[in-house]
Design a protein around this ligand. Structure first.
Ligand SMILES: Cc1cc2nc3c(=O)[nH]c(=O)nc-3n(C[C@H](O)[C@H](O)[C@H](O)COP(=O)(O)OP(=O)(O)OC[C@H]3O[C@@H](n4cnc5c(N)ncnc54)[C@H](O)[C@@H]3O)c2cc1C
Length: 641
């Protein structure tokens, strides 16, 4: 019997060339002024409709703090204005982890884009560290994991320390960890971007106004987003540039200009915690100074230790709670000595001698907040990363989740632009990523009080037990590999077909197992067969193809996908390779030496293409991958999954 799960998936996921539609709905624009607050300063968000467009401006009524200076166009000099038309389809604002992930993805999908950042220089040693499993897998699928692994510090063990009965601290628990600590994420991603596409981050540039052309917003070929950019020259003078793009993506961090310009608030707690961060070269007799630690003392608060490459140790100390309403926090008042002294007090009676600070101290405020919308104007303007969610660093997720937002979004924009899929696929971005952001905030809410609270020696055991429980239950989520996206136009939860591959869950990334290339016996991990290059993939688990009948079914399946009028053929532009939109891979489970490549139909194994047919069998040097067991597929029987 032939099972049709994969075929149904293909039907739903792909649109035939004849049935593409833009999928854009009607736009609704706020036409009256909306009064809101921004860091305590009243502001008016005015949406001024004109015949065909709506111009959005932020008018700040009071003097702004540090973060919002960028909104003001200096009035002392009259800037030159450069009008740029044509050019890029996508403008990415912000070159942090999220913006750079998006840029790297779009570059691999041949999308024309620009990426700008208001900072004149790249962050030398990035803010966040701790790349989780799934993020590492994605980087591997981009093909530059080696650069990361060369400099990464594996964070193999997490240690939880709490107060001891003698009033000091003691290690209460150790658990395994899989993250890798890397400081230079932004640098590596920028270099990789340049290598792959020749595109560099354009610096000292920020957007100052946004205008949306409502009349053309439904036209997939139009560029309805008009953005005015302000460039700062090295001599301090400025000039403006007007550009038009199809999509604007706000990857501009927690104080996102794009989000605020759209009038999207951040909803959540009104208070924020203030963290002091310092990277050091230090000497300490604290036994876990090279492990990822959370240290809670009864008298002096909480410390996080992250060992970094080349012997660097990063300390995170929660300094105090901060109320944005009162806005009393002066970041410059916190010195590195204060942060180090706080760390030293927490570690007592262990010693801490700091020989060198690597990047000086940073103080950052963070609250648990979520934007009620991740996009606007029919998904023409979207938010990614800290721009739409923020939380404490205690679960080490900010960078990872921000990058995975961009990974989720990148291919959808690319395929919408190249017409492979209807633009309504962009609705799945918020649907899928909002749930992850909510789960993350939930986890953060559970962990944050357990870490921040002052605990007495009597409560230490109970507190560590609770912390351990939360860490353990959140481990798979934190690694990123446990993420499951719910049913949508992309994911069908086909419960009556799940028995065919019990461990392949729709909406979740497929596990990687070793298989062998039928042609040359080379072992591959399944993920290596699926680089992030913007193609869809169908994997046929063909079973035992020694049976003539089974091979006939494979033959029919090959024609159904790649035959003259096949599903894949129909969605592939005639001038392109047949596997340029959808690649069909076959993994069979017969003994490799009892099957020949030539027995497979040319629809699945085209001439000169030796990397389409694989087998789950014993390798010469690396054992058996047991991929079928890993996928939960029956070893015997006649099914094809
Ligand atoms: C000191 C520090 C330590 C941290 N440690 C951790 C940690 O250990 N673990 C963790 O998970 N998270 C940590 N975080 C949080 C983590 O860094 C963020 O979650 C992550 O960087 C978010 O990535 P992003 O790209 O969304 O935003 P960001 O990294 O904030 O990047 C935004 C970029 O946009 C640019 N930008 C902003 N506004 C504009 C504008 N108007 N125009 C043009 N460009 C603009 C900024 O210059 C910046 O380069 C830390 C943050 C800080 C500040």
């Amino acid at each position: 019997m032939l099972d049709w799960w994969a075929i149904q998936f293909a039907h739903v996921a792909l649109l035939s060339r004849n049935s593409m539609s833009s999928g854009l709905g009607a736009t609704k624009v706020n036409e009256g002024p909306i009064v809101g607050t921004h860091h305590g300063s009243p502001m008016i968000l005015s949406a001024l409709p004109s015949a065909s467009s709506v111009r959005i401006e932020l008018l700040f009524l009071e003097s702004e703090g540090l973060d919002s200076k960028s909104h003001k166009v200096p009035t002392t000099s009259v800037p030159d204005v450069l009008i740029m038309e044509g050019g890029a389809d996508v403008l990415i604002v912000g070159a942090g982890p999220s913006g750079l992930m998006l840029a790297n993805w779009l570059a691999r999908c041949n999308v024309s884009f620009r990426i700008i950042d208001k900072k004149p220089n790249q962050t030398l040693s990035g803010h966040a560290d701790g790349l989780q499993c799934r993020t590492l897998e994605v980087i591997e699928s981009f093909g530059f994991i080696d650069q990361i692994l060369k400099i990464a510090n594996p964070l193999v063990e997490v240690c939880l320390w709490g107060p001891s009965p003698d009033g000091h601290i003691q290690r209460n628990y150790r658990l395994a960890n899989t993250a890798k600590g890397v400081s230079y994420i932004e640098k590596i991603f920028s270099e990789e971007l340049k290598r792959v596409s020749g595109v560099s981050v354009e610096r000292s540039i920020e957007p100052i106004s946004l205008q949306i052309d409502r009349e053309t917003i439904h036209d997939p070929h139009s560029k309805p987003i008009h953005v005015q950019l302000m460039h700062r020259r090295a001599d301090g003078s400025i000039y403006n540039e007007d550009i038009q793009v199809k999509y604007l993506i706000g990857c501009d961090g927690a104080h996102s200009w794009v989000r605020r310009t759209l009038g999207i608030p951040m909803i959540g707690e009104s208070s924020e915690s203030v963290w002091g961060v310092v990277d050091t070269m230090c000497v300490s007799d604290f036994p876990d100074i090279r492990c990822c630690c959370t240290v809670q003392s009864s008298a002096s608060g909480t410390l996080k230790i992250i060992p970094r490459e080349k012997g660097i140790v990063r300390f995170y100390v929660q300094l105090r709670q901060y109320s944005p309403v009162a806005d009393t926090m002066d970041r410059s008042s916190v010195t590195s000595s204060e942060i180090i002294e706080a760390a030293r007090n927490i570690l007592k009676p262990y010693s801490l001698v700091v020989h060198r600070e690597m990047i000086g101290q940073t103080v950052y405020r963070v609250g648990q907040r979520l934007a009620p919308r991740f996009s606007s104007f029919n998904n023409r303007v979207l938010l990614s990363g800290d721009a739409c969610h923020s939380h404490s660093p205690k679960v080490g997720q900010g960078m990872n989740v921000s990058m995975m937002d961009a990974y989720n979004l990148g291919w959808k924009i690319a395929q919408t632009l190249n017409g492979t899929i209807t633009s309504s696929v962009l609705d799945t971005y918020e649907y899928e990523r909002r749930k992850i952001a909510e789960d993350l905030l939930d986890l953060d809410r559970k962990i944050a009080p357990l870490i921040s609270q002052k605990i007495s020696p009597e409560d230490a055991v109970e507190s560590t037990r609770n912390l351990r429980k939360v860490f353990k239950s959140g481990k798979v989520f934190m690694s990123g590999v446990g993420v499951i996206y719910g049913p949508s136009m992309l994911t069908i939860d086909h419960s009556d077909a799940l028995h065919l591959a019990r461990h392949v869950h729709p909406g979740r990334r497929i596990d990687s197992h070793q298989v062998l290339c039928q042609a040359d016996a080379r072992p591959w991990n399944v993920h290596e067969l699926m680089p992030s290059d913007g193609r869809w993939r169908i994997v046929i688990l063909a079973g035992d193809v020694r049976e003539v009948e089974q091979m006939e079914k494979i033959n029919r399946l090959g024609s159904l996908f790649n035959g003259e009028n096949g599903l894949v053929t129909n969605v592939t532009p005639r001038e392109c390779r047949l596997d340029s939109v959808v690649q069909v891979l076959t993994i069979h489970r017969s003994p490799r030496k009892e099957v020949e490549l030539v027995h497979f139909p040319s629809t699945l194994c085209p001439p000169f293409d030796y990397e389409k047919i694989f087998v789950d069998d014993e390798s010469y040097l690396k054992g058996h991958g047991q991929a079928y067991e890993g996928f939960g597929v029956h070893l015997h029987g006649e099914s094809i999954t």
